[in-house]
Design a protein around this ligand. Structure first.
Ligand SMILES: Nc1ncnc2c1ncn2[C@@H]1O[C@H](COP(=O)(O)OP(=O)(O)OP(=O)(O)O)[C@@H](O)[C@H]1O
Length: 241
């Protein structure tokens, strides 16, 4: 199995606050890997370090065999942040065109990718509206489409389905599962939605900047003697467990 992401002994502080403590893990190609944990646990910080938006104080991060941060590797990472970074005075389509133009895509491929990404998030009919007129959920969907537009090997999605209705959420998850199975993409998600956590191949539970448990959803339920993932989350969130 090919290692897509390798995190070795990574620590990070902001001022005196230690946000990540000696984090170590590996993600192999073709897996969906979920991070769950209480608010403020360090999930977004970890993701930002993987994407290369910030650097660890110690330890190292490799994505696709390259040490991060690395501009070349960014071509192969689709990143969806928690807050939307969109041009609100442009239309949805213009946003997609702008972001797609940052990558090495031929014109026909670019148009195909834009149609695919818009269809996936059910925005095809709204592409010519200005983003300023989009609802919160539509902006999330556009951000997800942007993360997918350049057909990256690695997808890193920070709470991708917040504000998205259950039906569309299901179709997005079906597509994520198809992408990992058929196209061998590697996908990281953070989530507070426990039925999404159940769909991941592996879950890491993050608390106080450390990974306190990693396993398949089944293994974690067994470990915490829990009936469902809500219980796993609650037990793992309690200190001393
Ligand atoms: N740039 C920064 N400067 C100072 N403190 C920061 C910075 N970024 C994050 N933090 C702090 O680091 C801690 C972890 O934040 P982070 O956003 O990684 O948590 P999270 O697990 O993603 O939470 P949530 O589930 O609410 O998104 C928090 O206490 C936060 O206030």
């Amino acid at each position: 199995m090919k290692e897509t992401i390798k995190i070795q002994n990574v620590s990070k502080s902001y001022g005196k606050k230690v946000v990540l403590r000696k984090v170590d893990f590996t993600i192999e190609q073709g897996n969906i890997y979920g991070f769950i944990g209480p608010s403020g646990a360090g999930k977004t910080t970890l993701i930002k370090l993987i994407v290369g938006m910030d650097v660890p104080d110690s330890g190292s991060i490799h994505v696709l065999d390259q040490k991060m941060p690395n501009l070349q590797v960014l071509q192969n990472i689709g990143y969806m942040a928690q807050s939307d970074a969109l041009y609100t005075q442009l239309t949805g389509k213009e946003n997609l065109l702008f972001f797609a133009s940052l990558y090495k895509l031929r014109k026909t491929e670019m148009n195909e990718r834009i149609s695919y990404a818009a269809r996936l998030v059910n925005l095809t009919d709204d592409l010519n509206k200005k983003v300023a007129a989009y609802s919160g959920g539509m902006k999330r969907r556009l951000s997800l489409a942007i993360a997918l537009v350049q057909n990256p090997q690695v997808l890193i999605l920070d709470e991708p389905t917040v504000g998205i209705d259950p039906e569309l959420r299901l179709s997005i998850w079906n597509e994520l599962i198809r992408l990992k199975t058929e196209e061998r993409k590697t996908i990281i998600v953070t989530t507070h939605v426990m039925d999404e956590a159940e769909r991941c191949d592996y879950i890491s539970m993050v608390r106080d900047g450390a990974i306190i448990a990693t396993g398949t959803p089944g293994e974690l339920k067994e470990r915490y003697d829990a009936n469902n993932f809500d219980e796993v989350f609650l037990y793992a969130g309690r200190k001393g467990k």
